[in-house]
Unconditional design. Sequence first.
Length: 165
Amino acid sequence: MDHFRSSKEDPIFKGGIDSDLIDRDAFAKKHNQQHLFGSHPTDPGKVTRDKDGTVWIESETYESITDMYIRINQPERSRASQRAYLHSARIGLDDQYPGVNWLAHIWYARNLKIFVNLTRITESDDDRILLIIGAGHIFLVQQFLEDSGDYIIESPLKYLDNEGM
């Protein structure tokens, strides 16, 4: 099972989804469908994994934190990440949809919760919120905020671009 809680542990599911039909990683491996995992944008560098499974990417060249934020906030990178998630929805056979189940019940649900939590901390129309979050979440959270009609999204790029200042 990937790094999200299994459906057996999650009170939202209460056993309503067979955890075998949400474990897209195991299903893909068992049915030779690893090629259906989309390719997420990657960061250049040396990849290492700790004993506890934590993955570290050590940059091969120096990059300032500002430059890193500029790179990961590019709209094309966000779209490429979303395409990779959508690509993995194809994992499954016949009436088994572990890719769709994971995407809908884990990934989309997680991003909807982030959206709802943002709405819960908004106290007035004049509030400004800075959200610093993993790059994979940008596309969906931004879409939910825009589609709600309650928020105006500003790209962080205009604040990060040293050339424009």
